[in-house]
Design a protein around this ligand. Sequence first.
Ligand code: CDP
Ligand code: MG
Length: 701
Amino acid sequence: MELPILKFEEEIVETVRKNSVVVLIGETGSGKSTQLSQILHRHGYTKSRAIGITQPRRVAAVSVSRRVASELGVTLGEEVGYAIRFEDRTSQKTCIKYLTDGVLLRESLSDPELNHYSVIILDEAHERSLNTDILLGLMKRLIKVRPSNLKVLITSATLDGAKVSKFFSGCPVLTIPGKLFPVEILYSKGTPASYLEASIHTALDIHIREPPGDVLLFMTGQDDIDKAVKKLEERVTTMEEGSCMDAIILPLHGSLPPEMQVRVFLPAPPNCRRIIVATNIAETSLTVDGVVYVIDAGYVKQRQYNPSTGMYSLDVVKISRVQADQRSGRAGRTRPGKCFRLYPSSVYHEELLEATIPEIQRSSLAGTVLYLKSLGLADIDVLRFDFLDQPSYESLEDALKQLYLIDAIDGKGSVTDIGRMMAELPLEPSLSRTLIAANELGCLPQALTVAAMLSAENIWAQTSRKNNDKKRKPIQNLPDGSGWGDHIQLLQIYETWSQADYDPKWCIDHNLQVRGMMFAKEVRKQLSQIMQKIARGPTDVQSKYRRQNSSEDYAKLRWALCKGFANQLAQRMIHHNGYRTLSHRSQLVQVHPSSVLQPDEYGNLPDYVVYNELITTSRPFMRYVCAVKLPWIMPISEKLEKMDINLLSGGQSAKNFGSLRATSPSCNLESAQHDVTKTSDEHEKKIQAARERFLARRLKK
Ligand code: CDP
Ligand code: MG
């Protein structure tokens, strides 16, 4: 079957020839991601420069480039390659390069004009990922800088073409007519008590009653996928022999090992139905052929950041109508299909939002703001950057504050030397800052390990997952962070593994994921190379772990973490069970039950900690905490007190600032800060002093 986009080859090429920017809209599966690059390649756009195609998701970059390499009959990594964070499979020869939008942003730091490329395709623009949104703004500027030799294409399945076209001063919008077969939509009468059970039930029903055709189930995350796959497998195998055709159950999500991902693109064996259990990655990023039945419970997992509290929540939320339509569309790619929506039609029409809220309006923007400031382009003002949708003023302010507290920008909002070094590291600002501080304090090898371990999301094996609410079972012989907390534990785990010669079996025995640990090792290597390149003065990245860390080494590392996570500080409340956050609006939070942070001999948890993130699950929790000392946080609270947000924003005049502020009436930093740093701080300080006197007396006795 010829892909729809190929029928429009001439029209596409003509439009691209005549225009700098073209928006291209086409149904999922029409061939945008795999064919557009090849079309332009055929028409000479790779003669002297490369074609870059961005993907918001790592898996998509890998999977699509692999497909294109095989269609062109070349080895992946040669003419066709991909680059994702911490993994570069490209070479000198690469002229069709798939990369995540984050990697392209990073490339533009060292080459702001992106001269390496003749064409940049921002794919999956409807996902409205934070990085793609920033790239949209940058491209708008770049086509003016390189009017004669840069083409920008923005492709999407569902994007509001008119809006993007308007953003690019009326660029043409090409629409590839969808060749979808009709999809019958079936609604449930009510909303099920358990969407997981209902989905499984529906899948089995389809399997028994409906004619051949693959089934696609949308789940909210890997945990639910694993559960559903397991249950489906159990029930399918216990079905009476010959009562219906065979079925294979296939998971599909972002952290699936590559060899497992490939499986969903292979055709089903004869007389066998495939049941694919996927995250919303199968909504538009990856097209699985053969799907005739879609089961949509109407949910998606979404990370949400609240800039006034600094708190993340990972919520299961209702999808938008656009997403529901995308999901049902998956059923009509090859022939007429059916979509089972496990909710009533009134929910679809009345409760679902029209479109998903773009990530830029629900993320922490510290990394983005540092990036934009580091570009150092005179014509880019962070607060006035040309965004397709503006982020909230509050979140920009939050980002500036964080950058100031970790020394990435000075009191006037200019990027510091530290900030410039931080921007070179492919890490969140807090971890970049930690590495730089560690280099100064003489504990870089240890900090590199911690940063690498935190960057590898999946080091805990299923049963010992850090991110669920349950208390992680203590694992025999696994280091415990010496009471200082989770970062120290990560360091100790890695060191113990290195002493076991990085033996995979050691990981398995200790309930750790081999793949995650190997990834951490690779990341550590790359980070240490970057540190050697960017750090002024000597870097000590080589020291191996032949000796035990002393408590002085741990103290240095904790100090470095304190500098990196200055915006994520909490103080123990003496009269309450818990901590209160210092840098955001003061709130009461708890140490996550999975933490290895331990109370001292008097049964008290440390007075001050830094945390990796605040996440609301059943309650607000600090995840990954590390004990820090009062003298280390003194300079930070001084900065908090002196901070003038007006200046941080880059010397906006008070008048301009006023008008910006007017758009965000809820923002009230000064008074919040006043509460935190004056009134209650003084109260806590008095208690703290009293406690110190008491402890001193007791020690003397
Ligand atoms: O980007 P768009 O959704 O328009 O389509 P695509 O990803 O280019 O997919 C075009 C076709 O290639 C579909 O039939 C996919 O199933 C197929 N494909 C594949 O078989 N293996 C991949 N890794 C990627 C795409
Ligand atoms: Mg695509």
